[in-house]
Design a protein around this ligand. Structure first.
Ligand code: MLT
Length: 199
């Protein structure tokens, strides 16, 4: 997968896996990583799917309707890419925190839903429920969800559903609300940074 890897100053810190929204690329979320922890390594990936020229991490049939077969295939592809990248760049495979926005948050959630050990944690900006399936045991995983009370793409109900699905799988989840829509706000990034510092 097309990507950027920036080795951090402190190799005991997690590696941030940056996952952009629809139409974005691997450059988009680099500033966010620095706002959370500027000493961590960063692996920023471009989605392999194109929708009318816009990169995404998996296909969708319509707005908010996912192509589940492709979602499963792309989730496996990303998980295997992480296995290979950890060897290539010599970072700890068991200490990856995903930071995703929208479509990128959805594939990060999908990693958690399908693989017990894909991620140590995740910061999910405006995610949806990727699939309705039984989750692996996510004991010890930490998830921060930023949601908008007025988000037309990820409804507040769906954000709360995602929180409870993850909590029922024993993950530690914080759901942060902004009185905004689908946009990624500075306030929610600051809240995510505060959450991260307490891990
Ligand atoms: C998705 O397709 O992943 C969601 O609808 C979010 C987005 O618009 O990318």
């Amino acid at each position: 997968m097309k990507h950027i890897f920036n080795k951090g100053k402190d190799l005991t810190k997690p590696t941030f896996l940056m996952l952009h929204g629809t139409g974005g690329n691997e450059l988009d979320l680099l500033p966010l990583a620095g706002m959370i922890d500027d000493e961590a390594s960063v692996l920023s990936v471009r989605g392999n799917v194109l929708e009318n020229g816009m990169p995404r991490f998996f296909r969708r049939l319509a707005e908010g309707v996912f192509d589940e077969e492709d979602l499963i295939f792309r989730t496996t592809e990303l998980n295997e890419f992480l296995d290979d990248a950890a060897v290539k760049y010599d970072f700890d495979r068991d200490n990856i925190i995903a930071i995703g926005y929208s479509n990128g948050a959805n594939i990060a959630a999908s990693l958690l839903f399908h693989y017990q050990n894909a991620l140590k944690g995740a910061i999910l900006h405006h995610p949806m429920v990727p699939r309705r399936i039984d989750l692996p045991d996510l004991t010890g995983k930490h998830v921060f969800i930023a949601a908008g009370t007025n988000d037309p793409i990820c409804s507040p109900l769906e954000s709360a559903e995602l929180q409870s699905l993850l909590e029922n799988a024993n993950a530690n989840v914080v759901l942060h609300w902004e009185h905004r829509g689908h946009q990624l706000t500075k306030q929610e990034v600051d809240a995510a940074a505060e959450w991260y510092q307490k891990l």
